[in-house]
Design a protein around this ligand. Structure first.
Ligand SMILES: Cc1cc2nc3c(=O)[nH]c(=O)nc-3n(C[C@H](O)[C@H](O)[C@H](O)COP(=O)(O)O)c2cc1C
Length: 199
């Protein structure tokens, strides 16, 4: 069977339903965990886990520190790929495309929902730069706690979201006999073209 007979024409709809299935399984500590691959300014790959925040008509959002290594990579090369693997489901999803920062209003709205402890640690974090000790980090958090006592903690200038605008999506389904199903989707105009690949 071809992808069009098995799956939704829109691979992001399938992604959404698989994600819900992963969440509902109760078998995953972090169903939102996705590996994010970026390219440094000198063409070296970097990969790390970040949390998927949401999917909208525009794309996939995640949040981070804009001054981090990934932030530097994305400002030099505004393209990335994310990959989810939900082992209990035997499913993998890869999504790649261009990225842009989310609007300040979008980041502020999400920031406001974050627990205060997370806001405090993000405020003092100089993500991806050296820090002398754990004690130094704790001290910085305690200082911020005093500074912001009875006050709202503002969204740091260097923290916010990225929107990944998907141009390619791959959906992979494990087969017990190892003849896995693998479908690739490429965006064109308002729709998607699809093909089955050898696994
Ligand atoms: C389960 C898990 C979730 C994570 N979520 C995030 C996240 O949403 N945003 C983030 O900036 N880092 C997150 N991290 C930390 C990143 O993996 C990484 O260490 C950090 O962002 C620095 O990466 P960089 O130096 O390549 O920019 C998470 C790590 C794990 C293991």
């Amino acid at each position: 069977m071809n992808p069009q007979d098995l799956l939704d024409q829109d691979p992001l709809k399938t992604f959404e339903s698989w994600f819900k299935e992963a969440e509902a399984s109760g078998k995953l500590r972090e169903p939102r965990a996705m590996a994010l691959a970026t390219l440094s300014p000198d063409g070296r790959p970097h990969n790390r886990i970040v949390l998927f925040k949401d999917l909208s008509d525009e794309g996939v959002t995640f949040y981070t520190n804009y001054d981090s290594q990934k932030g530097k990579d994305l400002s030099a090369n505004p393209f990335c790929e994310v990959v989810f693997y939900w082992d209990p489901l035997g499913k993998q999803v890869r999504i790649s495309g261009s990225v842009q920062k989310t609007s300040r209003e979008t980041s502020e709205a999400y920031w406001a929902t974050r627990p205060r402890e997370s806001q405090l640690s993000q405020h003092v974090s100089r993500q991806s730069t050296p820090v002398e000790s754990r004690e130094q980090m704790i001290e910085a958090v305690e200082k911020a706690r005093r500074d912001f006592a009875n006050k709202e903690i503002p969204l740091p200038e260097n923290w916010g979201g990225y929107l990944l605008i998907p141009s390619h999506v791959e959906l992979w389904i494990a087969d017990p006999a190892r003849l896995h199903d693998r479908f690739v989707f490429s965006k064109f105009k308002d729709g998607w073209t699809s093909a089955r690949l050898h696994p």
